[in-house]
Design a protein around this ligand. Structure first.
Ligand code: BGC
Length: 478
């Protein structure tokens, strides 16, 4: 590690409020492997990944990071990293293999071990109930297009709450329902692979209903921890000043941000522009009772931020060639990107200033309805060459994380652009390189390098930087 990055970690640490949580996040399907072990049932993602052409180079999630079999080693890494909190997800099909009915005790036991080992290491557990691995039988019955899935989710949440409610400090009901709707049901590039475009919209309502039922079930189970949801947000801007670009930017913002946050925080869907009503009609009539269920009081709001979006009117996309995702080419707008920013391995713009913009936007939109906020994910993939000394020199990740943390702290400080947002923590995505959904193992987001042949874990420069930050901050705090 260079002196420069040690210095900036120490420097940054002095700016972090004593109670601010530094964490790291991961998700069951991306790291556990052991898909057919310990009584786990198949998920929609197991089936999707088996179809030819869905995952880059045919990579398989079957082993991933073999985390299921390497739990103590991975908790030791977390302890060494020195984070306050670890955000992980519970695998629904590991806990309830059919998505309804019988609970699999072996699955519960696995998460018992994880939670107990975290607590023994002084790390606070944040558990996400759903990070995209829908039990396959439910997917076969319509998945999130069916209301039934939301009802079943409530039962699963109750089982998880009853078993882990005495030890999990924070609960996240759903991770990024927008990604599931968009990638899984509208574009077909994630499980379950439906390219329904605007007909995918019922998936929004059913996921939000699941969130509400899940939050109710956790509380009814008497969990001692706090309850929230994680939404992905992106500030959306029109590419030009034309009315057409502005119109589609508003539509995109609605579909990306407001349609998920408004019902949860305000108890109503956003007012839809006239031109969007025919598409959105497929959601059907929404009862006041559903809206009340969705609008549960939340202890915190989880925000995932990766990059901002700029859109223009017109079909086609500069960033996604039409022959790659034909369905994208049928949409009435396209993303134009941010060529003025540097980009990540995925080609995503590195735009920390937009994190401040986003936090200010959330404050302005939701005012006192916005609970305390945790940034529950932020991070970047970069190609990482092996250095001569055998350490992984991922200085770009260090700069990415430092600049985003700084931007969030600056924006929410007194007098900052998002002054008034009660920002409580930041979780790096992710602990170790893992199965990056349709990109397989081709995009590495980890603080720890994983050799997928041998399963050897090697901390990268960013790991040591984050550790220095955590440690320096703990010294300041004590
Ligand atoms: C998801 C993660 C994913 C990350 C990077 C987030 O939207 O929650 O599962 O790995 O983005 O693509």
């Amino acid at each position: 590690m260079t002196l420069e990055s040690t210095d900036s970690a120490t420097d940054l640490a002095s700016r972090i409020p004593p109670s601010f949580v530094l964490g790291v996040a991961a998700a069951a399907f991306q790291i556990e492997g052991a898909l057919r072990t310990g009584g786990r049932g198949p998920s929609g993602w197991d089936a999707f990944a088996e179809k030819p052409g869905t995952i880059i180079d045919g990579h398989s999630p079957a082993v991933a990071c073999d985390h299921y079999n390497r739990l103590p080693e991975d908790v030791a890494l977390l302890r060494e990293l020195g984070v306050d909190s670890y955000r992980f997800s519970l695998s629904w099909p590991r806990i309830q293999p059919d998505g309804r009915g019988a609970i699999n005790n072996e699955g519960l036991d696995f998460y018992d071990r994880l939670i107990d080992q975290l607590l023994a290491a002084g790390i606070s557990p944040m558990a996400t109930l759903y990070h995209w691995d829908t039990p396959l039988p439910l997917e076969h019955d319509g998945g999130w297009l069916s209301r039934e899935t939301a009802l079943r989710f409530g039962e699963y949440a109750a089982a998880a709450g009853e078993r882990f409610g005495d030890r999990v400090a924070q609960w996240v009901t759903l991770n990024e329902p927008v990604s599931v709707t968009l990638n899984g049901y509208a574009l077909g590039v994630h499980a379950p692979g439906h390219a329904l475009l605007f007909d995918a919209l019922p998936a929004i309502h059913h996921q939000l209903l699941a969130h509400g039922l899940g939050a109710q079930a956790l509380r009814a189970a008497g969990v001692t921890g706090t309850v929230g949801i994680t939404n992905l947000h992106a500030p959306v801007r029109p590419a030009g000043r034309t009315p057409g670009d502005r119109l589609v930017a508003r539509l995109y913002d609605l579909l990306m941000n407001r349609i998920y946050a408004d019902p949860v925080l305000l108890g109503r869907y956003p007012r839809l522009p006239l031109y969007a009503r025919p598409w959105l009609r497929s959601i059907g009539r929404i009862s006041d009772e559903d809206l009340r269920t969705i609008h549960q009081p939340l202890d915190f709001y989880g925000l995932n931020y990766y990059f901002p979006v700029r859109v223009a009117l017109g079909r086609g996309s500069a960033s996604i060639p039409a022959d790659v995702h034909k369905s994208v080419a049928r949409l009435p707008f396209h993303e134009v990107g941010y060529p003025e920013y540097g980009s990540t391995g995925f080609g995503w713009p590195v735009a920390p200033d937009h994190l401040g913009v986003l936090l200010a936007e959330l404050r302005d939109r939701y005012e006192s309805a916005l609970p305390p906020v945790y940034i529950t994910e932020g991070g970047a993939s970069f190609p990482e060459p092996d250095t001569v000394s055998g350490t992984y020199d991922d200085g770009r990740r260090v700069s990415y994380l430092a600049s985003h943390l700084r931007a969030a702290l600056d924006a929410t400080a007194p007098g900052g652009a998002a002054d008034g947002v009660d920002l409580r923590g930041y979780y790096v995505w992710t602990l170790m390189d893992n199965f990056e959904w349709a990109a397989g193992y081709s995009q590495r987001f980890g603080l720890v390098h994983v050799d997928f042949e041998t399963q050897k874990r090697t901390p990268k420069q960013s790991f040591y930087w984050y550790r220095t930050l955590s440690m320096a901050r703990k010294v300041t705090r004590d």
